[in-house]
Design a protein around this ligand. Structure first.
Ligand SMILES: C[S@@+](CC[C@H](N)C(=O)[O-])C[C@H]1O[C@@H](n2cnc3c(N)ncnc32)[C@H](O)[C@@H]1O
Ligand code: SF4
Length: 497
């Protein structure tokens, strides 16, 4: 029987150090005396996709259950955040396909297909609405693709339908993603009128020559004008920037950031180019070393220093905002184990203790809705232990985890459970703690996707170590490192839940 997920190759992407790898039968229990030495040795690896921010816990390794559960089954477990949920809605359409993009995108579609898609989205909302009638929606994220590529009439229909099917709280954060050339001033005004209070705009870089090589064809000055309008009308605006391209100058990112800070953009996301997961020309096995590794670390550290010097604070390792002018609630709440309703082709969601993903093609997505079924491709039920660690591990990776709050929420003292591991990582300078909050230090930033995995439960490590050789050889995993911190999960006793 296959224990691993068929998408493993596409989704996992970090290298291993041969010294850190051992066969499954060598998975050893935590040895406090050896721990510091083992961690120090393991973290000598080059973390090739640094900084890796697009990451999930548990990692997508185990075989999911195919098929669409009925809504009642999907919501059968009680939520640890009762009465509240969020919504993610995917619109796959874009003007054209950018060379680097790894998202499920359908470029250059005609209005008719988009109209049909919005119609199916409203029908999908109607399938969820009865289950959620007594709960309140605290955040909506309309992502893509480029949702603002939809016509004003379709955006109006979509947003009206969201408000009709879901009971939004008064202060719900409603985000929409956007790209240059798709939001003239009157469209921004329409978005605001229909409840959008946060706009995320992908600009990537202000270097026109570089943009032309990426199949992003727009004028930088027109994009700047759109952004000025967005700041004036919506205010709460994020820009996505990227670095690590061939031919990019060392100061391209800093120049881009300083222009936008001067324009008054209150939130900035910085992504290192991940060349491995482009959704076209997929290369299964890239060379394991990233030639730009050291350079990427330097560029990111300079950018971080610049932004913090300008009064921005990190809400994630790579996302910085001015707290009085911008918000970033939806993505943070996502990892608090709040229910996340996934709408649209390929979206991923979280029902209490169940991770699920919608169908990946429009054809299958439509066919399920036509049959009155949720368009879910597959789902995975997770244990209570994994649910707790999902929250702890993801928050630590983002910047910090509040152990006292987790203790109140789940009745587990993770500080005691992971005492030896926390002490070793603190002594090595990777963690700081004030007894309540654990925080990754600057030294830990290049390993922000690996160190949190040291806290993964043993059951998960056993699966990772049991992966077939073909995966471990051709597509090395970071998770092999977790053997050094075999968790004391037997001590976890989430009493009272
Ligand atoms: C879903 S895209 C949507 C935004 C919008 N359509 C645009 O044009 O940017 C979100 C962001 O992911 C980032 N991204 C896309 N492909 C990437 C890749 N291969 N490596 C790193 N970041 C990537 C880009 O910064 C992009 O703005
Ligand atoms: S980066 Fe944005 S515009 Fe470009 S293909 Fe991806 S989702 Fe579409």
């Amino acid at each position: 029987m296959k224990l691993y997920h068929p998408n493993l190759n596409k989704k996992s992407r970090i290298t291993r150090d041969p010294i850190a790898v051992s066969p499954v039968n060598e998975l050893t229990a935590l040895d406090p005396k050896q721990l510091k030495f083992q961690i120090a040795a393991a973290l000598r690896i080059q973390n090739d996709y640094y900084p890796c921010f697009d990451w999930a816990f548990p990692p997508p390794i185990t075989q999911k259950t195919p098929g669409s559960p009925a809504p009642q089954t999907l919501f059968q477990h009680p939520s640890v955040v009762p009465g509240r949920y969020s919504v993610y809605l995917h619109t796959p359409f874009c003007q054209s396909l950018c060379k680097f993009c790894y998202y499920p995108v359908i470029p250059g579609q005609q209005a008719g297909e988009m109209e049909r898609y919005v119609e199916y989205l409203t029908r999908e909302m109607a399938l969820y609405a009865p289950e959620l009638a007594n709960d309140r929606c605290e955040s909506v994220y309309v992502g893509g693709g480029t949702p603002t590529y939809l016509t004003p009439a379709l955006l109006e229909k979509l947003l009206t339908s969201i408000h009709h099917h879901f009971r939004l709280t008064d202060d719900a954060e409603v985000t929409i993603e956007s790209a240059p050339g798709t939001i003239p001033r009157d469209k921004i005004a329409l978005l605001k009128e229909f409840g959008v209070n946060r706009l995320s705009y992908g600009i990537q870089t202000l270097d026109s020559a570089l943009l032309a090589t990426l199949n992003r064809n727009y004028s930088v000055s027109a994009a700047v004008r759109e952004l000025e309008d967005a700041v004036a009308i919506i205010g709460n605006v994020n820009i996505d920037t990227m670095y690590g391209f061939d031919g990019e100058s060392d100061d391209a990112l800093l120049k881009t950031l300083s222009t936008f800070v001067a324009l008054g953009i209150p939130c900035v996301s910085i992504y290192a180019l991940d060349g491995q997961r482009r959704n076209h020309e997929i290369v299964r096995f890239e060379p394991s070393k990233d030639p730009y590794y050291e350079r990427k670390i330097r560029i990111f550290r300079d950018a971080r220093a610049f932004l913090t010097g300008q009064g921005f604070e990190p809400v994630l390792q790579n996302i910085f905002l001015q707290p009085t002018r911008a918000s970033y609630r939806h993505q943070l709440r996502r990892w608090n184990n709040v229910t996340l309703v996934a709408l649209g082709m390929s979206s991923t969601g979280y029902a209490p203790r169940r991770i699920y993903q919608n169908h990946l093609s429009l054809k299958n997505y439509y066919a399920h809705i036509d049959q009155g079924k949720l368009p879910i491709l597959e789902s995975e039920e997770i244990s209570q232990e994994i649910e707790i660690m999902r929250e702890a591990v993801c928050q630590l990776r983002f910047t910090q985890v509040d152990l006292a709050r987790l203790n109140e929420k789940y009745g587990v003292d993770l500080g005691a459970v992971f005492h030896d591991l926390i002490e070793a990582l603190t002594e090595l300078g990777y963690l700081q703690s004030d007894g309540r909050v654990l925080r990754l230090t600057d030294k830990a930033a290049p390993y922000n996707n690996i160190i949190p995995m040291l806290f993964a439960p043993d059951t998960l490590k056993a699966v990772i170590f049991g992966l077939p050789e073909e995966y471990r050889e051709n597509f090395p995993l970071p998770y092999v490192l977790t053997q050094i911190g075999a968790t004391q999960s037997a001590a976890m006793n989430p009493g009272g839940h």
